[in-house]
Design a protein around this ligand. Sequence first.
Ligand SMILES: [Zn+2]
Ligand SMILES: [Zn+2]
Length: 278
Amino acid sequence: MLLVTRAQWGAQPPKSAWRFVDTTQGVKIHYEGTEVPSDLPDHHERCAGRVRAIQAAHLADPVQNWIDIAYNAVVCPHGDVFEGRGLHHETGANGNQPLNLAHYAVCGMVGDSGLTQPTDAMLGGLRDAIEWLRQLGGAGQEIKGHRDGYATDCPGTPLYAWVQAGAPRPGGSGSGPGPGSGGGRSGGGAPPGPTAPAWPQEYLSLQDPLLHDDNVRTWQQRMADRGWPIGVDGWYGQQSHDTCVQFQQDSTSNGWPLTADGIVGPATWRATWERPVS
Ligand SMILES: [Zn+2]
Ligand SMILES: [Zn+2]
């Protein structure tokens, strides 16, 4: 994990003592919710300054009366985990005190305009932050979004879809089965399956208006090649959704667990290529 400590990013001290929390039920994921520059992925040199600005804005907020940056950690598009309130300190980000005591808060540096899609590195960094909070901060197994239990759009559609997919680590190391994870599915020397093309960083899902692009077409083609009854037209409609759910359920019952949500995220995308045909 690429941890950037408060000292390293130049944090101001909290206005008053943090409230200690021994354990939490888990972690809630947030986004910035404002515009994030779309070229930020090309400019890691800006990230520490952006964290300082978030802290300054929180300290100056006249309504919330925050004592510090509200988040326990902030993750930039390059995967660095900026320490916020850190381990064993109550967050201020989840909406009210019961929610703040129940879950830690980790913010991904995407917004509601500009940069809205998390990079793979960011998803990996968010996963790092979750595991850091679990291993050293007493966080439980829950991974939720800010909107779970509180009226807000946060953490936005792409990050929330990732949360609902079980917050998988992109590329397959760490969470879930996959090459190199020793998942015991090699089945007595069967040849390794094909390697999935890189996940296109777009969640394929049933949307209004319907999603229509080459990523959908690529996924449909692979599904059709595997023998699933699906049209290859580039439209992610009801048939794609239903077939995706069936594929996910079939995967789970064949030892490759996927959340049956009908959304092609990183884990389902990879399984579409790499899961042995059953
Ligand atoms: Zn939030
Ligand atoms: Zn960065």
